[in-house]
Design a protein around this ligand. Structure first.
Ligand code: CAA
Length: 283
């Protein structure tokens, strides 16, 4: 099926970035969120990010206007997703919430519609199993900031059809991204490698090996990482990092994935990083 109309569910950081890149590549996008204020915030963020691109002469003012004109918003899945050829879900990392959304999508969308999840660690196979079309359910894992980062991790669930993987791979290329195929195991590849590194950086602080800024300096200056692991953890959100560590710990049943007690304590204290104004650093 030709994909023209895309619905993105969840207007947080990832959702607005995903809507941005689809609209900029010529797709008509409906951004859906139960909270109308979140939708206003998301469209204002997309406008601001496009304005920055105009200022840097990467796109013209008319490209920006055309991109914005391709984005509409909705507060319910029934009206916002019913005509979609592809839905990309980007809500919080809670399985019960995703389950409800995928069951509803299965009812309201056409049988041909591809249902993708931007989940960073929840099993695509498990999400697919709540629908009557597991062969059309796939992971489309974008990276923050979505307009900048090239990677889309294309995650194949146990029953994802080969044609669906091929279509999502092609479509990711149309967005100017570099799709990489992976299979559905805890953390996929990205977070199976990234999160234990971040967790170990937190252990280094917990055990008094070094201060956060020194851990980050080591990784930036010695390994050429654009952000140190603790700055990156704040950027991703410490709650998200903890959720992913718990998925790895539970999924593999291996103590090497245990979340650092300092990470748990910071999440308990609501020091979640950039979004709360404090994490390993103050913002
Ligand atoms: N939206 C759009 N564009 C943005 C942006 C945003 N939110 N933030 C930065 N940019 C653009 C800037 O306009 C700039 O563009 P040009 O190169 O064309 O000038 C470019 O990105 C670089 O920005 P800056 O010069 O302001 O800042 P920087 O050089 O420090 O780069 C960064 C910022 C791109 C975020 C860089 O620090 C970086 O790559 N950090 C690592 C990010 C990363 O690892 N992300 C993945 C997180 S994991 C995840 O998302 C998934 C998961 O499952 C947890």
């Amino acid at each position: 099926m030709q994909v023209n109309k895309v619905s993105v569910i969840g207007a947080g950081t990832m959702g607005n970035g995903i809507a941005h890149v689809f609209a900029q590549s010529g797709y008509n996008v409906t951004l859906i969120d139960v909270n109308p204020e979140q939708l206003d915030k998301a469209t204002a963020t997309i406008d601001k990010n496009l304005a920055r691109m105009v200022k840097k002469e990467k796109i013209s003012e008319s490209d920006k206007e055309a991109t914005m004109s391709r984005i509409s918003t909705a507060t319910d899945i029934g009206s916002g997703a019913k005509d979609a050829d592809l839905v990309v879900e980007a809500v919080n990392e809670q399985f019960d919430l995703k389950k409800k959304i995928f069951q509803q999508l299965d009812e309201v969308t056409s049988d041909d519609t591809i249902l993708a999840s931007n989940t960073s660690s929840i099993s695509i196979t498990k999400i697919a199993a709540v629908t009557s079309r597991p062969e059309k359910v796939i992971g489309m894992h974008f990276f923050n900031p979505v307009p900048v980062m090239k990677l889309v991790e294309v995650v194949n669930g146990l029953d994802t059809a080969k044609e669906v993987t091929e279509q999502i791979t092609k479509l990711s290329e149309n967005l100017g991204k570099s799709p990489v195929p992976v299979n559905d195991y805890p953390g996929f590849v990205s977070n199976r490698v990234l999160m234990p590194m971040i967790n170990e950086a937190i252990f280094s602080v917990y055990e008094g090996v070094a201060e956060p800024e020194h851990v980050d300096e080591v990784m930036k200056l010695g390994m050429a990482h654009p952000m140190g692991p603790l700055r990156l953890a704040d950027f991703i959100g410490l709650d998200v990092c903890l959720d992913i560590m718990r998925v790895l710990h539970e999924g593999f049943g291996d103590p090497r994935y245990r979340p650092c007690p300092l990470l748990i304590k910071m999440v308990d204290a609501s020091k979640l990083g950039d979004k709360t104004g404090e994490g390993f650093y103050k913002y």
